[in-house]
Design a protein around this ligand. Structure first.
Ligand SMILES: NC(=O)c1ccc[n+]([C@@H]2O[C@H](COP(=O)([O-])OP(=O)(O)OC[C@H]3O[C@@H](n4cnc5c(N)ncnc54)[C@H](O)[C@@H]3O)[C@@H](O)[C@H]2O)c1
Length: 333
């Protein structure tokens, strides 16, 4: 039997707790070390995981824990430095989304992974869902794609930083839907036209709503329509999706089994399998890729495109112009 992969987790905040539970539930991995700026928090969060090295000093814990890989669940501002330190020490890294706050920082992380010959994968947990997998199988039945539409309407009262930041919907949420559009189409985005705004009743300081249209390399369009201050008839957290192709249309409400109607009127219901869900799914894919030396779809060098979609949409809205994704991707500062 293969020995469990020994993991060093950095970050023991709210998402860090979810990762600790996923690590505990997986027979493929075990926790070897846990780092947080708050050493007491790390010590307390590691309780029940057996002999785990904990502390606030990443280098010291890394030296003592002898881990095989790192899971990075720190805040985005800390992703680059902690990830590069682990890559330099010879550890492959699974990093929470967004890979970094800026393209330049993300690019430095991609370069470090290449320089040290280690896998750097970004965890886009919404890619892992049995009903999404069923939706992808239905989309494969409707031929070349013309239009992908996602409606995201919710009314969460977060309090805290999201209610103060600029463009909370685009920066904190839409990367999930933009990344899913890449997964569903398999096509690279070329340009975006985006209008971001704040409804008069919004409880956010920044723009809580946006309309964005992406032109994709295969000629199709991805349109995103969303608001974080839209009470009533809320969509799921994945959003409500409609994909139109040459041979029919498929829809998915983001939670339940998808359906499709083919051009001849045949109605199909997606068959839902037993794929791993959420961060358990991304952890399983990371372990598989580390063991087999494979590159996942969400390897950082590819995932950076999803971050560029967000940055380009924000710029398009601010400067009232269509922005090429390449313009953002090619920036180094
Ligand atoms: N996939 C999802 O659906 C999802 C949901 C929530 C959060 N996230 C992501 O997870 C990450 C963490 O978010 P969170 O909500 O847990 O934040 P959080 O603020 O609750 O926790 C972050 C923790 O990281 C620690 N930390 C910060 N800098 C550090 C450093 N340099 N070294 C060691 N520890 C450090 C902090 O002390 C804190 O305990 C973010 O990237 C966030 O976007 C993803």
């Amino acid at each position: 039997m293969t020995e469990p992969l020994r993991l060093l987790q950095v970050g023991a905040g709210s998402m860090g707790r979810a990762w600790l539970a996923a690590i505990r539930a997986s027979p493929d991995v075990e926790l070897a070390g846990l780092v947080d700026l708050d050493a007491g928090l790390a010590r307390e969060a590691a309780t029940g995981h057996g002999a785990v090295v904990t502390g606030a000093d990443l280098a010291a814990v890394m030296a003592e824990a002898r881990a095989d890989a790192m899971v990075n669940v720190t805040v985005p501002e800390a992703h680059r430095d902690t990830t590069v330190a682990a890559l330099a020490a010879g550890l492959p890294v699974l990093c929470e989304k967004p890979i970094a706050p800026t393209i330049a920082e993300a690019r430095a992380m991609v370069d470090a992974a290449e320089r040290h010959g280690q896998l750097l994968m970004v965890s886009q947990s919404r890619r892992y869902s049995p009903t999404l997998a069923a939706f992808r199988r239905l989309i494969a039945r409707i031929g070349p794609i013309g239009t992908v539409n996602c409606q995201f309407f919710k009314a969460p009262r977060f309090g805290g930083f999201r209610e103060q930041m600029d463009d909370p919907l685009l920066l904190d949420m839409a990367i999930h839907q933009f990344d899913l559009a890449r997964l569903l189409t398999g096509a690279d985005p070329l340009t975006v036209s985006c209008d971001a705004y704040n409804p008069s009743w919004s409880w956010y300081a920044g723009n809580a709503a946006a309309e964005a249209t992406f032109v994709l390399a295969d000629g199709s369009r991805f349109t995103f329509s969303g608001s974080w201050c839209a009470p009533g008839l809320e969509t799921s957290w994945n959003g409500a999706w409609r994909v139109n192709g040459a041979g029919g249309t498929a829809t998915w409400d983001g939670d339940n089994p998808p359906t499709a109607e083919l051009a001849d009127g045949t109605v199909l219901t997606g068959e839902v399998g037993a794929e791993a869900e959420g961060i358990a799914g991304s952890l399983a894919e990371f372990v598989r890729c580390v063991r087999e030396g494979k590159r996942p779809d969400s390897a950082a060098a590819r995932n950076i495109v999803s971050l560029a979609m967000v940055e380009a949409a924000v710029r398009s809205a601010a400067e009232h112009r269509k922005v090429a994704i390449e313009e953002v991707l090619s920036e180094t500062t």
